[in-house]
Write a protein that binds this ligand. Structure first.
Ligand code: ZN
Length: 397
C-alpha cells in the first residue's frame, strides 16, 4: 500500500509531501517535490498534519455514549457518587463492551490514535469491565491503540479482595496499575500506596493514580508518590491525574512538590476542571510533564464531551488564559507529544520510519487548531485510513 499526502502543513510550519508505504512514513520532502508513483494521492492543500492525538486518560467502561440521555442529579461525596454511578450503569442496560466500543470509534474519528483507559476494578464488578475492554481493544486495533489501567474506583484498603483483583487484572490484560485518593477516599495513604507500588514492582508495570485531595494533604501524597517512584526506579512511568492540590497550596509547598515530581519524572494529567486545573505553565517551567485528557465522557461523572481531546486542549488553553500562539502551542503539546511521553507511546511523531499514525486538521496553524478545534479531515492509523472527509477548498493565493 502506498499513499501520498500532498502539500501538508507540519506543526513546524513547513509544507511537505509525505509518502506512506504500508504501515510507516517512508519519506518527507518539500511540497511539490514528491515523485509521481503508483498508489493513492490525497491533496491536503496546506491543511495541518499532526501526529495522532493522544487521549491519555479516559474511562471507556463508564460512558453512556449511545444510551438515551440520562438525567443527572449527582452531588455529594465521592462515595455517594460511586454508588450513584452503579445504579445509573445498571439502568442503562447496554453492555459495557458496546458502550466502550462506540466511544472508541468516536475517539478514533476525532483523530486520536492512542488512549489510556481506566477500568473499574472492585468486588462487585470484578474483572467484568476489564474483560470487556480487552475485547474492545482487540476489535478496535485497526482504529487506535488502547492501554488499560486497573482502577480501584471504590478503594483498596477499605475493601476486601481488591489487591487480589488488581493482581488478576494485571495478569489478564491491564498494563498499568491505578490508585485513587489514597488518603481522602481510602483513609490510609501508606497502605494504599504499598499495594499500588507493590503491584507495579511485581508486574513491572506503570502507575497512574487519581488524586483529588487538595491542600497540603494532597501535596504530601504527591511527594510520597515521587519518593516511591524513585525508590523503585520507576522514573518516567508514574502519573498522577488531577492533582488539584497543586493549585491550592502556597508557593513554597508548590515549589518543593514540583521539584519532587520533576526529579522523579512523575507526570500530571489535567482534564481542565473549572477552578481546579493545576498551574500548567509553572509546572512546565519547573520541568514537570503536564498533559491533558478527556477523563469522563458523557457518563455519571460528567455530561460533557464527544470524545475530542483537541477540544479538551481548547478548554485547557481557555482555563489557563492562553492567548498567544506560543501559549496555544503548549496546549497542543499537552494532547500530543507531552501526553505521548507521559503514557509511554513508543515511536511517536512525524518522521521517516515512524508508524503512520496521523491526523489532518482543517487548520492553517497549530494555534488555530487549538483555538478552534476544527473538524478532522483525515485520520490514519498505522497507514490505514480510519476516517476521511471532504473539507474546504484551498484558499486562493
Ligand atoms: Zn479519571
Amino acid at each position: 500500500v502506498s499513499l501520498l499526502l500532498a502539500d501538508a502543513l507540519l506543526p513546524s510550519g513547513s509544507r511537505v509531501d509525505v509518502r506512506i508505504e504500508d504501515e510507516r512514513i517512508a519519506s518527507i520532502v518539500p511540497a511539490g517535490e514528491a515523485s509521481a508513483a503508483d498508489g493513492e494521492r490525497i491533496e491536503l492543500d496546506g491543511a495541518l498534519l499532526i501526529p495522532a492525538l493522544v487521549d491519555g486518560h479516559v474511562h471507556l467502561d463508564k460512558t453512556l455514549v449511545g444510551v438515551p440521555w440520562v438525567d443527572r442529579d449527582a452531588s455529594g461525596s465521592v462515595a455517594e457518587r460511586i454508588r450513584n454511578e452503579k445504579s445509573m450503569l445498571r439502568a442503562a442496560r447496554v453492555p459495557v463492551a458496546e458502550r466502550a466500543e462506540r466511544l472508541a470509534h468516536q475517539l478514533a474519528n476525532h483523530g486520536t490514535g492512542h488512549i489510556r483507559t481506566h477500568v473499574d476494578i472492585d468486588p462487585e464488578v470484578g474483572l467484568h469491565g476489564l474483560n470487556a475492554l480487552v475485547e474492545v481493544r482487540e476489535r478496535c486495533r485497526d482504529l487506535l491503540d488502547i492501554e488499560i489501567v486497573a482502577f480501584p474506583q471504590s478503594g483498596i484498603v477499605t475493601l476486601p479482595g481488591v489487591p487480589d483483583l488488581l493482581d488478576a487484572a494485571l495478569r489478564e490484560g491491564a498494563a498499568v496499575v491505578g490508585g485513587l485518593d489514597p488518603q481522602g477516599l481510602d483513609g490510609d495513604a501508606s497502605a494504599h500506596l504499598d499495594v499500588v507500588f507493590g503491584l507495579a514492582e511485581r508486574h513491572g508495570v506503570a502507575v497512574d493514580i487519581h488524586l483529588h485531595d487538595q491542600g497540603e494533604q494532597g501535596t504530601a501524597q504527591l511527594r510520597e508518590i515521587a519518593r516511591r517512584t524513585r525508590a523503585l526506579g520507576l522514573e518516567g512511568r508514574v502519573g498522577v491525574a488531577h492533582a488539584f492540590a497543586l493549585g491550592t497550596v502556597g508557593p513554597e509547598d508548590f515549589a518543593a512538590t514540583a521539584r519532587a515530581l520533576a526529579d522523579a519524572r512523575v507526570s500530571i494529567m489535567t482534564s481542565a476542571p473549572p477552578g481546579l486545573m493545576p498551574p500548567v505553565m509553572r509546572l512546565r517551567d519547573d520541568g514537570v510533564t503536564v498533559y491533558a485528557a478527556s477523563d469522563n465522557i458523557r457518563d455519571s461523572w460528567s455530561p460533557y464531551g464527544a470524545g475530542d481531546v483537541l477540544e479538551r486542549a481548547t478548554t485547557v488553553a481557555y482555563q489557563a488564559g492562553f492567548t498567544t500562539d506560543a501559549e496555544l502551542q503548549v496546549a497542543y503539546e499537552m494532547v500530543t507529544t507531552a501526553a505521548a511521553e507521559a503514557i509511554g507511546v513508543a515511536e511517536y511523531g512525524i518522521a521517516p520510519g515512524l508508524p503512520a499514525n496521523l491526523t489532518v486538521v482543517d487548520a492553517r496553524s497549530v494555534a488555530e487548531a487549538v483555538a478552534a478545534h476544527p473538524p478532522r479531515v483525515l485520520v490514519l492509523h498505522v497507514g490505514r485510513i480510519v476516517m476521511a472527509r471532504r473539507w474546504r477548498a484551498a484558499e486562493p493565493a
